[in-house]
Design a protein around this ligand. Structure first.
Ligand code: ADP
Ligand code: MG
Length: 622
């Protein structure tokens, strides 16, 4: 509206082509002045009330600047300028608001990924459409080809490819059979699934994701706080400078008071820090949202910044560089124990552990149809192994640390030298045997570490609780130079702290639950395969939803790009304003140019740059 009046007023004012008496023109100019004044008032209404409440709190902000500029322009008889400032600044505000809304709306789209209705199967087998929000743990739902899965759950019947891009960022469909986990918001490509809900509707992975992205957006990045603090001093300073510009030169008889007053007003307009203040939140929110849509959950602008500044990264071995799906390769016995017994005792002791080693041993025992033994007592020793009472016998199972006083069989070294993870089983008095396991290296581990080096992360360190030989085997296959083996969880924390003494920012990649203390100690704790583990999503600073390393260079690239953009935006807005300010004092930059370039221009630049972030994709390689 303000703009319409501004343009209308200008048309009337400049329409002097009608060859009429000077008297007519005068009237026309007065009409023009009135129309322009209305334009200035309408536009100015965005700033006046806020400026008043700001003054009452002794705070000079951009609303104050705008008010002074508009009122000042009217007072010096420049209604065109007054209307222009009011209209253009209102438009700039509108643009900025739209940019923020746009960035936030991208998260709303994530919410809309879950279907509104679900086909619930009642106990009597009757199918019924119910609102997705009413689904509870244990509910059975049916999903047909092309439909979206309404709830996190386990496949009870059927078989299908599922597109999990919405949750993990991975667009190649994953095949699902009975027993496999599925996530709300993912799409069944072909086939048909019956799913038993493993969460309530409010607690699905995607719901958590959206909740956490919203929280992350609400948190302010450190640089944002810095810019705000800067703006608090910047505005009064420039206001003072403008006042000096208006008053001092005329005092010394340099030019007219009106001329300098106009230059001072232009300076005020340029002083508005809006583009500067909006630059960071728009960029950060765009980056967080865009990352979430590509399967990388970043818990806040501060982690985005830290990740972008990282040049040292520690990697856990099991489950991070390797797939963490171990399989038993050898079962050795000593002291006349039988293989059956060793495997049976081990499987029983491990039945309550969630460690990948435990899963492998339990599976091996089941495949070999070893007799199940009863467990009465169980204790997990993180990074070492387990202690359990099986069939009345107190069993120890894990690293050699569990058997400090016993002689260990020579086969141990032989197995370890083959690059295998070896766990020893025994009791307080003697060793019964050993179980050797092998893990598969992630096929892209080496390439990913190379990409990270290209992105400037040169200090790479592998941390593991496993033995030296395995650690070195994995290190040589992945080109990682620095390895620390046989670390207990608290020693991993120490190593991370050591790294932090040398590098300001240290990132650590781990598998969430197991490495939680080390992840917490790092500046940025990154967890993998978070889609499968709600606890991991909550604890990590950055969660890679898919169980795939390739999201890591993407996240780093995104973070670096954001950092660069934020800095570029701030630097260019400042430079632009400085140039304009010099021009304004010199009388070259008019009020109109100041508004058009200094504010609108800067706001548009910032918004366009933020949109570029949304275009970064995980599959891009440098
Ligand atoms: P990583 O650092 O490779 O993730 P962990 O710290 O989880 O490994 O474990 C270190 C070592 O402790 C393992 O290699 C294994 O020898 C032993 N260990 C840990 N947990 C178990 C378990 N549940 N059963 C047997 N051994 C275990
Ligand atoms: Mg681990």
């Amino acid at each position: 509206m303000s703009g319409v009046f501004w343009l209308g007023g200008m048309v009337i004012a400049f329409n002097t082509t009608v060859p009429h008496a000077a008297g007519w023109l005068r009237v026309r100019l007065d009409i023009a002045g009135l129309v322009l004044l209305v334009g200035a008032l309408i536009g100015g209404w965005n700033f006046f009330p806020k400026a008043l409440s700001g003054i009452r709190k002794f705070r000079l902000d951009m609303n104050f600047l705008m008010t002074v500029a508009i009122v000042g322009a009217v007072l010096i008889g420049e209604p065109i300028e007054a209307a222009a400032i009011a209209a253009l600044f209102s438009f700039a505000e509108l643009l900025e608001a739209a940019a923020v809304v746009r960035a936030r709306r991208a998260v709303e789209e994530l919410v809309r990924l879950t279907p509104e209705q679900a086909s619930l199967v009642r106990e009597n087998g009757v199918e019924e459409a119910v609102p997705t929000g009413s689904l509870r743990i244990g509910d059975l739902v049916r999903v047909r080809p092309g439909e979206k899965i309404p709830i996190d759950g386990r496949v009870m019947d059927g078989e299908s490819g599922v597109d999990e891009a919405n949750v993990t960022g991975e667009s190649i469909p994953v095949s699902k059979v009975v027993g496999d986990p599925v996530y709300a918001g993912t799409t069944i490509v072909e086939g048909y699934l019956e799913i038993e809900a493993t969460t309530d509707a409010s607690d699905t992975t995607i719901a958590r994701l959206v909740r956490l992205v919203r929280q992350a957006q609400a948190r302010r990045a450190p640089i944002e706080r810095y810019v705000d603090r800067f703006a608090r001093y910047y505005t009064p300073t420039v206001t003072a400078l403008a006042a000096l510009t208006m008053v001092v030169p005329p005092l010394f008889g340099l030019g007219t008071g009106l001329d300098w007053f106009t230059r001072g007003l232009a300076l005020l307009v340029i002083a508005c820090p809006c583009a500067l203040v909006i630059a960071t939140p728009v960029t950060v929110v765009s980056a967080l949202t865009s990352a979430a849509r590509n399967g990388v959950l970043i818990k806040g602008g501060e982690y985005l910044e830290a990740l972008g500044a990282t040049c040292a990264m520690a990697f856990d071995k099991t489950g991070s560089l390797t797939e963490g799906r171990l399989s038993v390769t050898d079962v050795r016995v000593v002291n006349k124990a039988s293989k059956e017994l060793v495997l049976g005792l081990a499987a029983a002791a491990e039945s309550r552990s969630e460690h990948p080693i435990a899963r492998a041993i339990v599976e091996k025992a089941r495949n070999d149809q070893v007799k199940e033994l009863p467990v009465t007592d169980f204790e997990a020793r993180p990074g070492i192994g387990v202690v359990a009472t099986v069939d009345g016998l107190e069993i120890r199972l894990g690293t050699t640390d569990l058997f400090p006083d016993l002689d260990l069989p020579p086969a141990l070294e032989e197995l370890e030298s083959e690059g295998k993870t070896v766990v020893v089983i025994g009791d307080a008095d003697k060793v019964f045997g050993m179980i050797a396991l092998e893990d598969t290296l992630r096929p892209n581990a080496r390439a990913v570490l190379g990409q990270l080096r290209k992105l400037g992360i040169h200090e790479q360190l592998m941390l593991t609780g496993d033995n030296e030989a395995v650690a070195r085997a994995v290190a040589s296959k992945t080109d990682i130079s620095d390895v620390r083996a046989r670390l207990l969880p608290h020693e991993k924390v120490q190593v991370v702290e050591e790294l932090k003494a040398h590098h300001k920012v240290v990132a650590m990649l781990g598998d969430g639950v197991n490495d939680a203390p080390a992840l917490a100690a790092a500046t940025v704790g990154i967890a993998m395969g978070a889609a499968g583990s709600p606890a991991t999503i909550e604890t990590a600073d950055v969660a890679l939803m898919a169980d795939d390393l390739k999201a890591l260079p993407y996240a780093v690239r995104m973070a670096q790009l954001t950092r660069r953009l934020v800095r570029f935006n701030i630097a260019s807005a400042l430079t632009l304003k400085l140039l304009l300010a010099v021009g304004a004092v010199g009388g070259v930059v008019t009020l109109l140019v100041a508004v058009l370039v200094g504010d609108m221009g800067a706001s548009i630049l910032v918004t366009l740059n933020a949109m570029r972030l949304a275009q970064t994709r995980p599959n891009m390689t440098d």
